[in-house]
Write a protein that binds this ligand. Structure first.
Ligand code: SF4
Length: 369
């Protein structure tokens, strides 16, 4: 069977290719015919701490009973497929799940009513919300502590992204005014909503393009100041470190290492993976460098690539998929690492005590070491 990559040309000299739907289901379709010259590998690589924690928790729970999730634990297509093969079901409403089943809130978090509905149904609740998403939730809930506040949430993705849905639901249930901004054109709407005496608190989705989030936050601050509105920016609560550092590595690979191609390894429905392609494309355009970007979830979704090739990975990508891509590229001059592995040594603990119990052995081992 013949498969074609889909070409999305975005500017003169910069192309993005993505696999067709058929290719997503058959990982072995595009043979590599010749080795590339060298691979420039962006760090951090593979799953971030939050995704790893969620995947481990779900696979442990799957040995204990019937597991249901409010939605996929992460956006890693392979991890989700593995969990579904273990019998885990995602997306069912608590109303139809048998009592006593195990119910997992995903790494993206959820509004409190989701957990309440699960408790009411008699489900055993486990919360694998990433601690960094949880920190954003705390920032939203703490916003009114110093007086009336309106939360401005920066998100460039789809309105149905679970992280945005969870944050918006949390604010709504707590009665905190909340607006979503995806660009400068949304600022007028925000300012029209803010009432006299309210402060604007800016937070953001953890997986945004960090440059664009910073620019939009500054635009909000500037326009609000003109209107005499005080703005608090929760700097530590927006783009998470692992997403930001992967983006920095992608930019460095394009800007410094003269690569002709960049493979972005990750799931097609992962926002932070798509952001990597976005920042790399923008870097190439701004420097007028030709670049071909391949979005691929696994080694079978890239064609034969010659020359110097960059490889970066989304935060929900299994590390084994990144290694599979490198093996496939078979670089004759080896692999050069770019950036810092800032995920190394960081171990996330679940925010929920019951879920923490699933990691007791590791915690004891950590205390001993
Ligand atoms: S990408 Fe960042 S916010 Fe999302 S799960 Fe990983 S560490 Fe947490």
């Amino acid at each position: 069977m013949n498969y074609d990559l889909q070409r999305l040309e975005i500017a003169q000299g910069v192309d993005i290719w993505k696999p067709t739907a058929d290719m997503l289901h058959d990982p072995n379709v595009l043979p590599q015919s010749s080795p590339c010259e060298a691979v420039f590998l962006g760090l951090p690589l593979g799953e971030c701490g939050g995704v790893l924690m969620a995947n481990i928790a779900i696979s442990r729970l799957a040995t204990q009973g019937s597991v249901y999730g409010n939605h996929e634990a992460t956006h890693g297509a392979d991890a989700t497929a593995q969990q579904e093969a273990m019998g885990v079901r995602f997306g069912d409403s608590p109303d139809i799940i048998p009592a006593n089943s195990l119910y997992v809130i995903s790494a993206h978090g959820a509004a409190p009513s989701v957990g309440a509905a699960a408790n009411e149904r008699g489900l055993q609740l486990f919360d694998v919300t990433c601690p960094l998403v949880h920190r954003t939730h705390r920032a939203i809930l703490d916003a009114p502590a110093k007086g009336p506040s309106h939360v401005a949430y920066i998100s460039f993705g789809k309105p149905e992204h679970p992280e945005l849905v969870g944050a918006a639901g949390l604010a709504e249930e707590a009665g905190i005014p909340f607006s979503v901004l995806g660009g400068e054109s949304d600022i007028d709407g925000l300012l029209a909503e803010v009432k006299d005496g309210e402060t604007i608190t800016i937070v953001g989705q953890t997986t945004n393009n960090s440059d664009e989030a910073t620019i939009l936050a500054r635009q909000i601050q500037g326009r609000a100041r003109e209107r005499g509105i005080t703005v608090a920016r929760e700097k530590s609560h927006d783009v998470c470190h692992t997403v930001r550092d992967r983006q920095l590595s992608a930019r460095e690979i394009v800007a410094v290492y003269n690569v002709g191609a960049l493979v972005v390894v990750g799931s097609v429905n992962s926002k932070n993976t798509k952001s990597l392609a976005d920042v790399a494309a923008k870097e190439a355009i701004s420097r007028e460098l030709p670049l071909t970007i391949y979005l691929a979830n696994s080694w079978g979704q890239i064609p034969s690539i010659e020359g110097r090739v960059g490889v970066v990975s989304g935060a929900s990508t299994l590390a084994q998929n990144v290694h599979g891509v490198i093996d496939r590229l078979a670089p004759t001059n080896g692999v050069i690492k770019v950036g810092e592995d800032t995920d190394r040594g960081i171990v996330f603990s679940p925010v929920d005590t019951k879920t923490r119990g699933l990691f007791e052995d590791e915690d004891k081992a950590r205390r001993r070491s």
